[in-house]
Design a protein around this ligand. Sequence first.
Ligand SMILES: [Mg+2]
Length: 216
Amino acid sequence: MSRGFDPILFDLDGTVVDTVVLIRESHRYAVRAVLGQELSDERLVANVGKPLLEQMHAFSPAHADELYRVYREWNHAHTAELIASYDGIGGLLDTLTRDGRQLGLVTSKSRDAVDLAFRSLDVGRYFDIVVTADDSERHKPDPEPLRLALERLGRGVDGACYIGDSPFDIQAGKRSGMVTVAVTWGFFGHDDLAAVQPDITCDTVADLGRVLLGAP
Ligand SMILES: [Mg+2]
C-alpha cells in the first residue's frame, strides 16, 4: 500500500510507552507480598496485554483481588519514576498527526492508569480516541475493543492497522479484520509474536514509520 495506513490504532504498554520495567517490577512486588513467591521475569509478564485482574487470576484465583489491589498501589506510586519513552515514538506520532492520519489507542489498562501514564509522558494528545479496559465488556484477544475504536472514529477496517507488542494484540487485530503490525521492542520476543503470525513485524521505530507512512 503506497499510502501506508489510516486509521492507525496502537496498543499502549510496550508499544507506545516503555513500561516494561514498571510493570514487571509491579508484578514482582505483588506476587512476593501477597503469595510469598519469587517467579522468573518470563512468568511474571506472561499475560501482560490482558486486563490486570485476569493477569492476577493467572497467578492465584483465590488471591486475585488482593494481588490486583497491591499491584495497583505499588504501580501507581512508581509510575512517574519508572515509566520511560521509546526513542522516536513521539516524533512518529507527531508526523502521522501532521499528515492527517487518524490515530487511536486501544489498551487493556484501566482509564485511571492510562491518565497516570499520560501525565508522565506527553503522548496522549496525539490520539483522537482512547479505548481502555473500562470501555468494553470483552478484552483483547477479543476484537471488541478494536471494533469499538473504529466505531468511535467513524471508520471501517479498510486501510486500518493495529500495532502491538503482545500476541493478544495480534490475535485481536486479526479477528477484527484489520492488518496487524507486531513490534519487538516491548514485552514479547520474535518467537512469541511469530507464533501468532502478524502481517508485518517491525524491530525499530524507524521501520514502523516506513510501514505506516507507506514509504519505500
Ligand atoms: Mg502491550
